[in-house]
Design a protein. Structure first.
Length: 670
């Protein structure tokens, strides 16, 4: 969520409001807190009983409350906890294994009792996440879980990401899916649209994406899990319990083990289909300020503040967390490690990643790599407001080269191809607006240094910020802002739907042939829309759910996207792994963009990255006129032409020159 750009950052810099100190005066008080990094925080069950350990260094008293139920009813027992000053934790134990019971903590600080909290490490929770649950995780594993593995990834540029929300994919009656809006939706094989087209997991297999990126699926705040008949929709960028799955995606939110088991079943089904699962994680802020589990356990510590003690708000959601503080950094590290180990998650997408510091992100990537080298970590390299964290320490897009094995979204390509994200009518390269050519080229070379790219002409970033193409995720549309179909309708009001579909194909051809990792939003492949809604985070299913009847209606569009994915998978030239390879093998034609705007042509030459094709010619014509392009000597076979893809038979043979139709891409090989 929350799209900001380098432009906002520049504006803060101009007003002199960018902070440069390491921490605010207020926040310095937290630096000498004792910390605890054991793996038994909050709950551990062993043969000696059930053990509780809460980190709360400045509490005056802490009690443990035990319950029979996940919601309502009084505690059947309340136990005082014992303080350990050396590490700031409070402990209590009971001699029995309390499977099936629930618990909360009550913390007294500043002479007042704070509200009850399930703590920050609840791995299972009752309905609405107010009480932590004690369950036996061994009973939550689906059959064959011990052998379960996600796809092996050699290079992150091989990954093809499909971003989806559970409800978008399955809520429409046209999905033919029984478990609508649930984790289990993607375990259903054989689901079909009314016209007989594949939906759900069969659709993902048919499309050919390598990974799905699921919008927040940890327990979030906004949907009432006790009243699911209401059918409330939310993206889920309002974290409540970071280490338990969201209840509304399970078939029974009141049974804490069900959500755990069903999420694992979804992941297992996708892994069995060869598809990886990437989780969207939102450690950058909490849904509530004083009422968050962080504040109710260790007031002040986990969040950042300004000198006057007010919450700083780089998330634009009321607060921001403090990854630069030891216990918070460990929290993020241990949390992602937990999801990777317990749920076999294959990647993490960090929301507003620049709220975190680069040191934390480097540790995240390094620790995850030890568990599984195929885990892909990327994020939004920006914030949604200023932060007390100095700019040079932020995990910004512009700081990506200070990090290892972390990628960032390229807003350069996104805005240059389709027009600015915040201005609905604005057009881009693919929709006929001149002046974006150089910024599109920045995207094509994945923001790496290239002798033919003039970064001073870039719209967003002015220097080659990526050391490697594996640091860049290219996209033209995601859950945020107008999705591509709606953007094209608003920015091309006079055009026909066919012309808009052509523009979408051109835009996505740029994404899928660019260096870096391509990323797409669910349903674009069948030209779905969100009825013009630009911020659908809590819009009803009538806006957000994909109408699967569009797959038959726009079947040509689907076939084209499928072809783009097949092209990319079959041809490593589009997936180079170093900046040096790109500088050597990718050569742009010299085109005067003043005379012939909206035209880019380049060659991937000499079997780039071991490609079976010796040379590949890639031409993008975003103008409304035909454009001739000279071809180097020899015979060239077209594989993409006039909005069609044919990787086998080809689309004609050309010598000397070709004419590229308006608003289309042409790709030829020899
Ligand atoms: Ca929830």
């Amino acid at each position: 969520m929350a799209v900001a750009t380098a432009a906002i950052l520049t504006a803060w810099a101009a007003t002199g409001s960018i902070s440069t100190s390491a921490a605010s005066n207020y926040d310095r008080q937290f630096e000498d807190y004792p910390t605890y990094s054991g793996d038994d925080l909050e709950l551990k069950v062993d043969n000696n009983g059930t053990h509780f350990r809460l980190w709360s260094p400045k509490a005056q008293e802490v009690t443990l409350n035990l319950y029979d139920t996940g919601l309502n009813g009084k505690a059947y027992k309340t136990l005082p906890m014992t303080f350990h000053a050396e590490n700031g934790t409070w402990t209590a134990s009971v001699p029995e294994k309390l499977y099936g019971k629930f618990y909360t903590f009550s913390v007294k600080q500043g002479c007042k009792w704070l509200g009850e909290t399930p703590g920050v490490w609840a791995k299972a929770v009752g309905a609405n996440g107010k009480r932590a649950a004690i369950i036996d995780f061994a009973g939550t594993d689906p059959k064959g879980w011990a052998q379960d593995k996600g796809p092996k990834v050699d290079n992150f540029s091989d990954v093809i990401v499909y971003e989806m929300h559970h409800r978008d994919m399955s809520m429409s009656p046209t999905s033919g899916i029984a478990n609508k809006g649930k984790f289990l939706a993607l375990t259903e094989e054989g689901s079909r649209s009314p016209e007989g087209e594949k939906t759900g997991i069969d659709h993902l297999k048919e499309l050919g994406v390598t990974h799905i990126h699921i919008l927040p699926s940890y327990d979030y705040n906004s949907v009432d899990e006790t009243n699911l008949q209401q059918n409330t929709y939310n993206w889920g960028y309002d974290p409540q319990n970071y280490n338990a799955p969201e209840g509304s995606y399970s078939t029974n939110p009141s049974d804490p083990a069900t959500r755990v088991r069903e999420m694992k079943e979804m992941i297992k089904a996708l892994h069995d289909a060869g598809i990886g699962v990437i989780m969207d994680v939102v450690y950058n802020h909490t849904a509530e300020n004083d009422g968050s589990n962080f504040e109710l356990t260790a007031p002040g510590y986990y969040h950042r503040h300004w000198d006057n003690g007010a919450y700083s708000d780089a998330s634009g959601c009321g607060n921001e967390t403090a990854s630069d503080r030891k216990q918070m950094r460990d929290y993020i590290l241990n949390s992602v490690k937990y999801w990777a180990k317990e749920y076999h998650v294959d990647g993490f997408r960090f929301d507003l990643m620049a709220i975190h510091d680069t040191e934390t992100m480097n540790e995240v990537a390094a620790e995850l790599k030890k568990i599984n080298p195929s885990i892909f970590v990327y994020g939004e390299g920006w914030t949604a407001g200023d932060s007390p964290l100095p700019v040079e320490r932020r995990a910004l897009k512009e700081n990506v080269s200070k990090m290892n094995d972390i990628a960032v979204f390229s807003d350069d390509l996104r805005d240059a191809v389709k027009g600015h994200y915040s201005n609905a009518e604005d057009r881009g390269f693919a929709t006929g607006k001149p002046g974006n050519e150089e910024t599109v080229k920045i995207g094509i070379v994945a923001a790496t240094a290239h002798p033919q790219v003039d970064y001073s002409k870039g719209n967003n970033s002015k220097f080659p910020y990526a050391k490697s193409p594996e640091m860049i995720v290219n996209y033209v549309s995601c859950h945020d802002d107008l999705m591509l179909t709606d953007k094209l309708r608003k920015s091309m009001p006079e055009a026909s739907e066919d012309e808009r579909k052509a523009a979408a194909r051109l835009a996505q051809t740029i994404v899928f042939t660019s260096q870096g990792t391509p990323f797409m939003f669910c349903g674009e492949e069948i030209f779905r829309d969100k009825k013009g809604e630009h911020n659908s985070y809590k819009s009803p299913d009538s806006i957000n759910a994909i109408d699967w009847s569009l797959k038959a209606k726009n079947h040509d569009q689907f076939e084209y996207y499928k072809g783009l994915i097949a092209l990319r998978k079959a041809h490593p030239a589009f997936r180079m792994t170093t900046a040096e390879q790109i500088a050597k093998h990718l050569v742009f034609d010299k085109i005067d963009s003043k005379k012939t705007p909206n035209l880019i042509s380049y060659t991937l030459k000499d079997n780039a990255n071991g490609d079976s094709w010796k040379d590949i010619k890639v031409i993008f014509n975003g103008s409304e006129e035909e454009r001739p392009i000279k071809l180097p000597k020899g015979e060239w076979n077209a594989v993409i032409k006039d909005g069609k893809i044919d990787l086998d038979a080809g689309l004609g043979t050309f010598k000397g020159s070709v004419t590229v139709a308006p608003r289309t891409a042409m790709i030829l090989k020899r």
